[in-house]
Structure formats: structure tokens, C-alpha cells
Ligand binder design. Sequence first.
Ligand code: MGD
Ligand code: MGD
Ligand code: MO
Length: 742
Amino acid sequence: MPAIVHALQIAQEQMGVVRSAETLLRMNQKQGFDCPGCAWPETDKRHIAEFCENGAKAVAEEATIRRIGPEFFAEHSVADLQRHDDWWLGQQGRLTHPMIKEAGATHYTPISWDDALDAVATALRGLDDPNEAVFYTSGRASNESAFLYQLLVRGLGTNNLPDCSNMCHESSGSALGETLGVGKGTVSIEDVHDADLLIVAGQNPGTNHPRMLSALEKAKQRGARIVAVNPLPEAGLQRFENPQTVKGLIGGGTAMADRFLQIRLGGDQALFQALAKHLLEAEDRTGGVLDHDFIAEHTSGVDEFTAGVRALSWAEIETATGLAEDDIRAVGDELLASKSTIVCWAMGLTQHPHAVATLRDVVNLLLLQGNVGRPGAGVCPVRGHSNVQGDRTMGIWEKPPAAFLDALDAEFGFSAPREPGHDVVDAIRAMRDGRTKVFMALGGNFVSATPDTEVVEAGIRSTELTVQVSTKLNRSHVVTGRRAIILPVLGRTDRDRRGGREQRVTVEDSMSAVHASRGRLAPPSDDLLSEVAILARIAQRTFRDRPGSPRADWAGLEEDYARIRGHIERVVPGFDDFEERIAGGRTFVLPNGPRDARSFATSTGRARFTANPVEYPRIPEGRLLLQTLRSHDQYNTTIYGKDDRYRGIHGGRRVVLVNPDDVIALGFAEGDIVDLVSEWTGPDGVLQLRRAPEFRVVGYSTPRGNAAAYYPETNVLVPLDSVAAVSNTPTSKSVIVRLERR
Ligand SMILES: Nc1nc2c(c(=O)[nH]1)N[C@H]1C(S)=C(S)[C@@H](COP(=O)(O)OP(=O)(O)OC[C@H]3O[C@@H](n4cnc5c(=O)[nH]c(N)nc54)[C@H](O)[C@@H]3O)O[C@H]1N2
Ligand SMILES: Nc1nc2c(c(=O)[nH]1)N[C@H]1C(S)=C(S)[C@@H](COP(=O)(O)OP(=O)(O)OC[C@H]3O[C@@H](n4cnc5c(=O)[nH]c(N)nc54)[C@H](O)[C@@H]3O)O[C@H]1N2
Ligand SMILES: [Mo]
């Protein structure tokens, strides 16, 4: 009930009653638009209201009737806007007019579309080296706009395509690509419904993927067992009250997790190895545990893996995880009893120094019982942004595979660069070192979302030009290069009329299902362009009379997005008959070797067991290991409100959650105001300090030595060079801090 009330309250504040109804009833419907919230899939049978509280808030944020145009920017100088936080900036409303801040100017001033797009193209054409430009993408971009964007960038001659995924599921992609041959999950929504056992580790679905709870509930009704692995007792995983059912609304709801392992931050790799150890020991005793046929026929490297696991001691496992052997073995018994197991995870596993090794061990555990490529079993990295997975499929990637580039070259008659480009962390290093002249972003909030805020802000300020293609104002519009351009854009919910007809775009969900999305609302201004139109026009201007550029009918692509889908069909495998397969609201699923045929495109041609020495964080005396996470009232850097209802926190986001015994042991009391000081020793052996001021200490259930606080307020504490091995993902869930009295 509070979820429904809260969602409708925000919807009405932002959109009014009629527009709220019009909008919410079209969300996730077959002829409607895809929720811009998360990437959890819809089932084939839709409810009348097919959305969650946080999806409704995400939509209200975009479909708001508040507007900011030239008068707003005349009233507020850039310096003035910098004094406001992301919450206030977002509250001001939708951007309606292209704006420019000239070098040395104090204010943004209006500019015509033609002049704005010319200015961008002129800057790109004027670069001595295309690698002096960086092109960021956030995961809301549609397949069509992502495809055009990467074509523009590669046509210019660089692979500098960092994206939000670098900070998100890059570790998953790295581990799964190596071991299974595909950097995505291997399960469908039906598999989730049919699983015997679901392990949900490092994820808070009650807030971040609420519709996933309906799928877990369905699995439970069919007899599945659920294990939650988390340092925090997250509300949605303990008990779920499904708003779609009467029992959910007035009854007590469904008890979700059958078991809860309250693990220490970063202890998961040891846990997954321990579970494998339990299976091996059971196999030794009784046999019949491992899937020997699968292992023999489809995998490589099992002996190296099992040797490492057998050598691991329970003492070390208990230290790493903070869990008792018996509790781990009880979950091991769940695995023994299960005929089909799925492991789901999100940021709690991906944002650690040893994230990739942890995820390799998730794969190892599943492979032992043949839990890949059969019904009800597999890996399920739960994606964040609604089209982050699709953007990768479309080539938003700083390390594009050669086959993709070859197909691109053939389709557009040019030669795409082969040299890998910058990911997010390398892009920031390049800016810091003065190697970047132009920074462009297709959505997102680079300045707030990235680690080491002060370094990023200085880096951005050192560029000549920043260009933001955005729906709403955020910190990345007020911390800028010498010149800055804002290109306001249509969002998912807006009607998009081009070439005399309504256009639709496509997206790919977390389970590789592709479908169309069509906005239906009157756009905030008649003057707004779509992402596709903006990118096509920039490309046309940039490549005019430029030899060696991709050959495309840019104007034609803008008039009819089906033509872009035609190109996608010829470049990206799995999109045959694209247009037909999305007609009438239909969905199709992209090919997935492991899931479809137990075929694994890895270096050994088989699913790879890997041997990974156990790693876990060592927390120095008197310090805490801090994870930076989301509240129930935010969407990444977009803050809806200052409460976190499920965790019982109200009226302020600058809080640090600490085990009550640690609060006392460290000499503080609940309610004290402290600074968080991060301590990190760089590769040169020098201790670096970073400070986030004025946090309220809250006693909370989390393992001793661990703490939690919200992102993005704490990004200033995350050192740029503290990254996960292999994936280069910032270690946002593993920051050593001390509390300092104000
Ligand atoms: N409403 C809403 N929905 C969203 C988003 C949003 O901000 N708001 N963001 C979207 C995006 S981009 C993403 S990536 C997803 C993020 O979805 P989540 O990954 O659920 O988001 P976080 O808040 O980062 O939560 C991390 C969870 O992992 C746990 N955790 C942290 N460290 C560890 C660890 O070492 N081990 C284990 N086992 N658990 C750990 C935390 O306690 C927390 O429950 O959500 C997407 N959906
Ligand atoms: N400390 C810490 N840092 C983190 C994380 C963490 O857990 N801890 N999580 C990381 C993760 S998982 C992610 S995914 C990143 C998120 O990083 P980003 O994706 O960069 O950030 P968002 O806050 O999702 O971006 C929101 C902005 O996107 C724009 N926008 C919204 N819709 C549209 C649209 O349809 N088109 C266009 N062009 N623009 C639009 C709006 O201007 C809005 O302000 O942050 C990462 N940073
Ligand atoms: Mo994400």
C-alpha cells in the first residue's frame, strides 16, 4: 500500500492526474513504451498495471510537466546552478531548448539547432587526432540511437566509447565472456519461474528490480527455494507483498528467502568456492552429485579448479565470509537437493577488486552440476539500465570484437579503427592528463556517476568542449568544458514523429529479448529532436566532404528508423527479419550459444572451469569497509526524494550505516555527525586521503567491519585507480574509510 500511494503521489506531482493515468497504463504494454527503469523482462501475459513503484517514479521523472527553457538559464548562472545538488537540478523539469555556454561566459544562452549541431561538428572536424574526443553512453539509449552513435564515433576514427556498463556489469561481461563465450546471462524469465533453487547474491531487487520479485514469487509458488546472500537484510528479499494480488495487498505477502547468508563485503568468492567444496565432498562420499557427462563433454579445466577448492581451508572461508561453516553447508545441501539452479547477481558482486574472479567462481559452481544450458538453470546477471545490454549489442564498447568491425566496414564502405579505446576509468585518466579536447555524452550523468569526483570535475573542466544530449538537467551540465552545449532530447515516453509518421525504437532486456518501444505522450516542446535525429545530423555535418567516412543516407535514416534497423540486421548477428519480428508488439530472443545449444565460444571451445586463488578484503584496525549503494528513492544519480523507506531511513541521504557494536567500539554514538575519510594506498605506496563531510551515524544490521552509504554523495571517496582486475570497474563496494568526528 505505501508503495502504491508513494508512486501515485510522485506521479501526480510531476504529471497531473490525467497524464499519470495515460502514462502508467501504457507502460510495458505491447503497444506502449518500455519502462526506462530497469532491464528486468516482462512476461508474455501483461497486467493492466505492468510496472512497479520505482518504475512509476522513473517515468514521472521523465514525463513531468515541469519545463526549463531559456528564461531559466537567464535567471541562473552556471556558478549558481553548481551550488545545487542533483536532486534540485532534476526537480526543475525537462530541457526544451538547445543551449550553449561560450568560453568565459557566466550563463548558458539559447542557440538554434543548426548552429548547435554545426558547432559540435566543427569541433569534431577540427581535432588533430580523433582520440582526443571521448563519447560516453548511458544505458537508456535505444538500439537505433546507440548504433548510429557508434557509427559516428568510429567514422570519426576512434573507439573511445566508455559507457555506464564499465561501472556496472563489466565484471560480469568479462567473466562470462571468458568462461561461457557470451558476455550475457543464459536464462529466460521462464527459467526463473522453473528453477528449483535461486541464489540471489549482491542484489537488492525490492528497490532496484521490483518486478523481479513477482518472478521469484512465482518460482516459490512452484516449489523453488531462494537463498539471499547480502551484508544487509534487504526488505524485498525477506518478504514480498505483491501489489498485483489481493493477498499481497492485505495479507502478509510471501516470505521470500528461505535462507539468508549475511556475508561480509567481498566474501562471495570464498563462499562460492566453499559451496563447490561442499559438492565435491558429497561427491566423494556418495557420488551422483556432479554432472560428469556434462563436464566431460562440454567443459575444460575441471581438475585445476577442484584442486584449488580442495586445498581451501574452512578457517579461511569463515574469515573471508564471516559466516559459520554449518550455515554455508546448509546452503550447500540446498544445491545438492536442487535439480536446476540459477545464480542472480548485481552490483554487490561486480564492484569489488576481485569481482571477475568471484564471477568466475559462480560459473565454476554452476558447471559442476551442469547448471548451464538447460531449463531452470544458468547465470543471471541482472542488468541495470533498461537498454544497457542492447547498447553493447549495438557496438557501444571500447573493445569491439573484430567480427563486428568487419561487418560495419562492409556495410558502410569505410575502415573502422581497430585500436581499443578508453573505458570510463581510462577516459578520466586521459582528461586528467590533458589528452581530451571534446567530451560528448549520450545521456547519463558522467560527473556524478563516476568515481573520484574531484579528479573527474578537474578533468572535465580541462576540455575545450562538452556536449550533453539529455532529457533533464544534472551535474554534468554545470561542471563543463571551456565551452558547453546542451542538446535537449525526446525520452522514451515522448511521441516521436519523423518523416510524417510515428517512429518506434527497440530495446533488449536483461534476458536478451528484443522488442519495440513507442512513446505516446505529447513531447515537452515541439522543438525537441530525438537522439536518432541529433546523431544523424551531427554525422551528416561531420562527414560532409570528408574522404574515408562511412557511407550512409543520414537524412534518410532520420526519416525512417526502420532503415537503421535494416543496417543493424546486416551488421549484428541474430537480427534477421528484424522489422517483422517486432511487429505487433512481438518480442524475439537473440541467439545465445550456452543457453540454446550448450555451445561455448571460448578459447577452448568449451565452458571453462578456471582456478582462482581466493581473495577477500583485509580491513585495517579501526577502519571500516564502505559499500556505496542506492536508496529506495533514487535512480542512480537522479534523486526522487530523501527517504529510504525499506531501510527505515527518513529525511536525509547523508547517513552511514554501521554495525551498532562498531559504532560503540569506534567511540561514537548513533546520531553523531562524522566525516568519512577514505584511505587508499596507491601503486606508488603513498597513502591517499579523500573526504566526504557530514554524515549521520546510523546503527544498522551489517557485519562487523562493514558500512554502507549512498551513491553518488560518496563517489568522492572512491579512488580512480582502485579498480577491479580485468574489468577495470571502479570498486564502489569496497572503500576503506575511517569515521572522523566533526
Ligand atoms: N529504483 C531503482 N532501480 C534501479 C536503479 C536505481 O538506482 N534505482 N539502478 C539501476 C542500475 S544502473 C543498476 S546497475 C541496478 C543496481 O541494482 P543493485 O545491485 O541491487 O544496486 P545497489 O544499491 O548498488 O545494491 C547492491 C546490493 O548488493 C549488496 N552488496 C554490496 N556488497 C556486497 C558484497 O560484497 N556481497 C554481497 N553478497 N552483497 C553485496 C548491497 O547490500 C545491496 O543489497 O539497479 C537498476 N535499477
Ligand atoms: N559509488 C558508486 N558509483 C556508481 C555506482 C555505484 O553503485 N556506486 N553504480 C554505477 C552504475 S551501476 C551505473 S549504471 C552508473 C550510472 O551512470 P549514468 O547512466 O551516467 O547515470 P544516470 O544517473 O542513470 O543518468 C541520468 C541522466 O540521464 C539523462 N537521461 C535520462 N533519460 C534519458 C534519455 O532517454 N536520453 C538521454 N539522452 N538522456 C537521458 C538525464 O539527463 C539524467 O539526468 O553509475 C555508476 N556509479
Ligand atoms: Mo548500472
